[in-house]
Design a protein. Structure first.
Length: 325
């Protein structure tokens, strides 16, 4: 389905402040709902979503706010722990990167226990972080300080990789538990062996600046990124050179994320606040984007765990974008 003209968000949820980052939980949580977290200038809101595409009794979107946490600094990144659940004994656990360059872990049982602790910090802004998807016992983070660091849940630094430029994205794949993908602003994406503590593979996009990259959940050989105005795809089994590259956004691209439901589906966004800073949804089988968002988007980009639906943040709202692909 090719979209000939921009369209509005499929669903929206109003928020109290500007949304800097938003993340669906990529893990099954024990209930039919999907966990979602978004962060603003000094707070984090945890909620659940359910959509009519997965439950015919729902009209559009059913959103419920569960808990708001004071953060003390702008929220720059959020990562969900695989330990988060909403079953008979609910447990929320997630980690944040703050504008004060600190990492914080939050935990709640949605009753009496609501805890957080700072577990470490970088010497410059933190751009991304991720939990070990196997058991959630380690967290990796990348920063403008030219490092990728791996922490345990007590804040002990287990490993550190020196980068040649700012670290923009870090990915931990559930099928490649002993490898870490790190994307640098210089246009290089490296895979590290976290046991041997060394780089084992790299690909290059050949242009600057690389702002975001992602490792495809459904196919470990696919890597995607945005650099300059373009989106770029690699098949890492074939070559270190890109397999495909096309223009993405008029005034530089900011975010790249693979769909978790379809290995050929991905989304890109432009820079927040820029003219034409829309969300574009692409399919590798189509020469043009299959969805163009009609409104300028803000910060954050995340895909639903099972639906071909993604969410972006912005000025006092979350926008949800559903594609028929």
């Amino acid at each position: 389905m090719k979209q000939d003209s921009p369209r509005s968000a499929t669903y929206t949820v109003e928020c109290e402040d500007y949304v800097y980052v938003v993340e669906f939980s990529p893990f099954e949580c024990g209930k039919a709902e999907t966990l979602i977290a978004y962060g603003g200038s000094s707070y984090i809101v945890i909620g659940t979503c359910r959509f009519q595409e997965e439950d015919s009794e729902v009209e559009g979107i059913e959103y419920k706010s569960l808990r708001t946490f004071h953060h003390g600094a702008r929220v720059d990144a959020i990562a969900w722990s695989p330990e988060s659940r909403l079953d008979a004994l609910p447990q929320l656990r997630f980690c944040t990167a703050g504008g004060d360059q600190k990492l914080r872990i939050f935990a709640s049982d949605l009753r009496d226990r609501n805890e957080f602790k700072a577990i470490g910090e970088h010497t410059d802004y933190i751009n991304d972080l991720v939990y070990d998807p196997r058991d959630g016992k380690q967290i990796a983070s990348v920063s403008d300080d030219h490092t990728c660091r791996i922490w345990d849940l007590d804040g002990n630094q287990k490993a550190s990789f020196m980068l040649r430029s700012p670290g923009m994205s870090v990915c931990w794949h559930h099928e490649e538990a002993f490898k870490l993908m790190v994307a640098e602003k210089s246009g290089v994406i490296r895979f590290y062996d976290i046991i041997a503590h060394q780089a084992i593979l790299s690909v290059e996009c050949g242009q600057l600046p690389l702002m975001s990259a992602d490792w495809c959940l459904g196919n470990t050989l696919k890597v995607g990124a945005v650099a300059g105005n373009d989106w770029i795809i690699w098949d890492i089994s074939r070559s270190s050179c890109p397999q495909e590259k096309r223009p993405a956004h008029f005034d530089r691209a900011r975010k790249f994320r693979w769909s978790r439901a379809n290995e050929n589906l991905f989304a890109t966004t432009g820079y927040p606040g820029k003219i034409n800073s829309q969300i574009h949804i692409h399919h590798l089988g189509h020469p043009q984007p299959i969805l163009l968002g009609a409104t300028s988007v803000g910060s954050g980009l995340s895909w639903h765990r099972t639906l071909p639906l993604c969410v972006t943040g912005g000025d006092r709202r979350l926008s949800f974008w559903m594609t028929e692909m």
